[in-house]
Design a protein around this ligand. Sequence first.
Ligand code: UDP
Ligand code: MG
Length: 430
Amino acid sequence: MKPIVTVILTSYNKPETVGRAIESVLDQTFHNWELFIMDDASNDETVNKIKSYLGDPRINYFNSKIRNEERYKTTRYATLINEAIALSSGKYLTYLTDDNFFYPRRLSTLANYLDTHSHIDIVYTKQKVEIVDSNGKVLSDYIRNTRGVLSHPQNIVDHCSIMHRRSLLKKIYGKFNSYWDDHPSNWHNADAAFWSRLTEFQPFHPIDEVLDIAIKGPTSFQSLNAFLPEKIPSGTLVKGLAPTVYLIEDQKRRVVTNKVFKLLKYNQQKVVSIPDPVLFKYEEGQPIDSSIFTIPEYFPSYRLLKGDSQPHIYFIENHKKRHILNLRAFRKYHFNKHEIIKVNQSFLESFPDGDPITTEINERFPLPGGVVFKCGSQKYISENNILYPVHPKVLDKLHLRAQKFAILNQQECRLYKKGKALEWKLKKWR
Ligand code: UDP
Ligand code: MG
């Protein structure tokens, strides 16, 4: 016998909530469903959690076994939903994520509505949204209301609040050659992209009841991705969901070992949490381990070095040592004396000399990299003597807001080439 409702649950590294999401399907008052759990190669903790529910014959489990390096190439949950659709057979389809829970009457209410309204193909409901902290403690909540019949439900109706007839899928495939659009530019809202396709054929009809809960925590894709620029500047420390810290340098990610993290006087507070698909998009570079203290070509940029037998302080940039000529220059760029790393003199001397760093602002002295500059009200981050305009929200995201800015007047500012603004880009669907 064919099931009436297909539920497609996408999962990635949410061991704290994925069990509750699955249980919310098992607890439905309506029993004639099939569940596809599409796991995107989660950590063992998540997979073990899922495995404890696989006894129910209505549950199908798939693991994508995707390599981290491949993650960014498509919007993974859309890819997995498409795979599940091809295997599913329910007359109605509905979607769930690993941090959402259905109310027990959800499937019966929606299926019943479609059963009794043969001219309606898509229904949606109200949703309760809970904002939680990193321990899952609820900080606040609100209701995402229905807003009548919607021809433009994008960014109004959530991924987990709709049900539609299977008959629409054939039409969508006929027109777009796929079901969900898994192009990587849709990472933050592939649901909205799919809603656009659905509404080519029918608007969304409301059912004025709250029938699911969405959890918004600090590790959700949306939270981690908010205001992250498309190009993360060199010198940014980042981490994904796992604790490993990386340094972004020349658009590569370099693992920073714990021991060297301390030796380099890096600060845990500066580590920026980013989504895994974004992290693994950066090609892996030379690790930052103890080898950096013997090989200058491996030494990361934007660190301050002092030899053990001389008082001079150097700024390392592109594997060269730039002598900071005086205290005023040190202060102008807001270098931090607590970040000076003492190394043995011969190692320091093995670095080739770069341009010195002075307070003079002219073409002869390239600006130090990784510094936040302020010209009038515009902020910039420097890299290779180019100033990249940066939005205050991006500075916040990169934990650079609290930093003091190096001031340039308009005339000085004009001396330097400007790069492409560090911006976040989100495709909109309205
Ligand atoms: N997801 C995925 N692969 C990944 C990252 C996320 O399949 O590498 C899925 C995840 O299982 C979830 C969906 O993407 O179903 C949305 O993720 P999340 O809840 O973190 O984002 P948000 O709620 O902020 O959109
Ligand atoms: Mg979510």
